[in-house]
Every structure is written in C-alpha cells, then in structure tokens.
Design a binder for this molecule. Structure first.
Ligand SMILES: [Zn+2]
Length: 437
C-alpha cells in the first residue's frame, strides 16, 4: 500500500483527533446545508456547528437511527444531487423499506482504498488471486470487496454468481485462489462441499480468508482455518456507514482496527445513550467524516462491541473494536437464557448436510416459552432422505442447541427454497417472535 496510508495508520493520537475534528466540521456543514433531516435535528438540539471543537463536544450531537434512514427512503438523506452520485446500493430490511445509500466518485475511491488497506492488513498483496464469494448486488459486500481487491492490485475472481458451491470449489482449486473473501457461513458451506468432493486442503493454494457481514465465533474461525489450511481474518462494515472496510483485523488479530481517518467510532449504552469508556460493551455508533453523498452523524448501528484499550503490537494507532457479537435489538430471551439468533444459526451451520439457512420461531405454549428451529437439508449434500437419518439429524441439532445455549428447542425440516425465500439473501436466521403478538 501507499506510504500515505501507512502514515495515517500510525499517526499520533492527538494529531488524529485534530484531523477528525476538522473533517467532522466539514461534514457537519455539509449535512446542515444539504440534508433537511440534519438541519432540523441540529437546529432542534440548538447546536452551533462552530462550537463543536473537540471529540467531547461531539457527544452533544443528535443520533441518527435506522428508522430515520428508513423514513428517508429513497433519497432524502443524500447530501448530493443524483447527478453527482455514481453508485447506489441498498440494505435489505427484514421489516419495512430498505435503506438506500449513495456514493460520489470520491466516496467510491475512498471505499476502494479503505477495503484495499484492510486486505493489506490481512497480508493480501498484488500477488494474490482473490476469490469473492459475496453476491454482486444491491448489497455492498460483493462490489465493495471486489473494487478494494482490484485497487490493491490482486487478481480478482467474481465467483459468487458462477454456479453452485461445487463450481466455486472447482474455481478455487483450478484458478489457484490464494485468498477467499465471503461471509463465514458461505465459507463453512464451501469447506463442507470441498470435503464432500474429496478435495484436500493441500490441493488448494489458499493462504488467507477475510470474512465478514455476519457475526462468527472463534470456533468457526478454527474450523475454517483447519479445513482450508488458512489464516482467517475478521472484517466489519455495514452498507449505511459505507460497506465493507470500516474496520478489520491486522496480523495480530486481537481486535479490528477502525479506519479512524474516515470514521469516528463511539460505544454507547443503548438504554441511557451515554458514551461508554473503552473496555465496556455497548452499541457501536459511527460518524462518517469523509463521505460526500451519504454522510452520517452518530449512526446507531445496533451492533454490540467494545473498544479495546491500549496499543496494538502492530504499531498502528487506530483504535480497535472487539468482534461484533450480535445486535442490541435482537437478543433472544428464552427459558431464562439470553442469546443471539446468530448463535442458533452457528449451531445449525455446525451440522453437516444442512443448508446455511435457519428460521427461529418463538412462541408461548401453556405460558411457557418455546422455540422452534426450522432447517433445510442442503441441496449440495448427498444426505439420504430417509426418516431414520432425519430423526438422527433432528436430535443432533436439538442436543447441540441445548449444550450451547441451555434451551430446549424443537427442530423441523423446511424446504430449502422456502427458507431461502424468507431469508431474502441475508446470511442471518429469520426470527419470528409470536410471543409479542
Ligand atoms: Zn494491529
């Protein structure tokens, strides 16, 4: 990567804070002038932009919520006219309208360089053959990583839309892919397909994987590393804030460095909305300070993490955040236990022969909370469709859920196409809570 990048990554903290405040001032002026929502919000909070002179002052600024973005559908949060927008993406919402995001030419350039920077942190260089397993769509994962990897100078294979998992494994083997970039659930499905095809890790050229877009655990990391013979890195981003490239792990893999020359990160208590000190877990809040088309002030992501105090051994001064463990708004409380839908999903993913899909239905029966987990037999699997095998599979899933989460669940088999339809392309479980109705 360029020397410029390395300079910002190791900038002394006080210089970085000064740079952030200057860029924040510019961003506040931009949104005040061009986005009615922010003009109104800043006026209502009686904020005088010139008085926001420190990161502490910043805590007086109003928050932006997902609901605010939904209400602005499609273009009301854009700070530039459409003629200056060169790209549009959208996040699929499980409920209500999607959130539409726009990028100026400069935004796309910054985005590519930030993704490239993060891939470089994971040790990827122009000598790598990078295979993208994220879909190329309104979702930012595919194109975001694609342009970042290209910017880095790697040879990029847009493999995700090419056929099924077996085809992707064949590409990986034949095209000598050295770095895989996709969702961890996709990587697990690829790993299992590879094993079922009889391909050994030694037949591949894979060295690294960068995975993100959904929470994943250290046990999934261990499984991916051993199956593929790779080093796996975590990456974090979300379409509203930019897409992939907001933060990522360096070679130390002890937290994700936030690209603080483009984003200001805070962690707040989601109930009191007070900022939390480093080390305490809460809701991640991001302010974009270089985006032109779709700037966000104190955006509440709904993702749970903490900022990690202290310096990283890699020498970069950018703050680190912990790996995202789940969302603040979707934690399930059941039978006296608290857990995230992603943990149920992970259990499903750990069982061979199942599609990376899952539906969680919560209900009350005789005043007792019950959970039903809908799963589908993978079409890629050679699993025998006979009752005895299905019964065994059902009890395996049930046992694992009980062991990991301490709750009793019933398991039902659903058609893969149906679950796919319900998931609408998202690599997350669908949660239906009938207890609330
Ligand atoms: Zn580091």
């Amino acid at each position: 990567m360029s020397i410029d990048n390395r300079t910002s990554e190791t900038m002394p903290r006080d210089e970085l804070a000064q740079l952030q405040i200057e860029k924040l001032q510019t961003t506040l002026n931009r949104v005040y002038r061009n986005v009615a929502f922010y003009k109104h919000a800043l006026d209502a909070s009686k904020i005088v932009i010139e008085n926001i002179r420190s990161l502490r002052d910043m805590q007086r600024l109003p928050f932006t919520t997902r609901e605010d973005l939904r209400t602005s559908y499609p273009y009301d949060m854009f700070a530039l006219p459409l003629r200056d927008i060169v790209r549009i993406h959208a996040s699929s919402g499980s409920t209500g309208r999607p959130i539409v995001v726009g990028y100026s030419r400069n935004d796309v350039a910054h985005w590519s360089s930030l993704v490239a920077r993060q891939l470089a942190w994971a040790g990827i260089t122009e000598h790598d053959v990078v295979q993208i397993g994220f879909s190329y769509s309104l979702f930012t994962g595919g194109l975001g990583f694609h342009f970042g990897a290209e910017h880095l100078g790697a040879s990029v294979i847009p493999a995700s839309t090419h056929g099924n998992l077996r085809d992707q494994v064949t590409i990986m083997k034949d095209f000598k892919t050295s770095a895989l970039i996709c969702a961890p659930s996709t990587a697990l499905a690829l790993a299992r397909t590879m094993t079922s095809m009889g391909t050994r890790p030694g037949e591949l050229h894979l060295k690294r994987g960068v995975f993100g877009s959904e929470p994943w655990s250290e046990s999934v990391r261990a499984e991916l590393e051993s199956t593929f013979g790779i080093t796996a890195y975590d990456s974090y981003g979300m379409s509203e804030v930019m897409g992939p490239g907001v933060s990522g792990e360096c070679e130390k893999r002890n937290g994700l460095h936030v690209s603080e020359d483009h984003f200001i990160v805070e962690v707040i208590n989601p109930t009191t909305l007070e900022p939390l000190p480093a080390g305490e877990e809460g809701e991640l809040v991001f302010t974009t300070i270089t985006k032109e088309a779709f700037p966000l002030i104190r955006y509440r992501t709904g993702d749970r993490a903490r900022l990690i105090p202290g310096d990283c051994g890699c020498g970069r001064t950018f703050v680190r955040m912990s790996r995202v463990g789940g969302r603040t708004d979707d934690m399930i409380s059941l039978q006296g236990e608290k857990f995230f839908p992603g943990q149920v999903f992970e259990t499903v993913l750990s069982v061979a022969g199942l599609a990376p899909l899952c539906r969680i239905t919560l209900d009350k029966r005789d005043d007792v909370d019950v959970m039903e987990v809908g799963v589908a037999i993978s079409s890629d699997s050679d699993y025998i469709d006979e009752m005895k095998a299905l019964q065994k599979l059902r009890s395996t899933i049930r046992e694992r859920i009980e062991n990991v989460l301490g709750v009793d669940a019933t398991v039902t088999f659903v058609e893969e196409a149906r679950l796919q339809n319900e998931a609408r392309g998202r690599k997350q479980p669908v949660v239906v809570d009938k207890r609330k109705t």
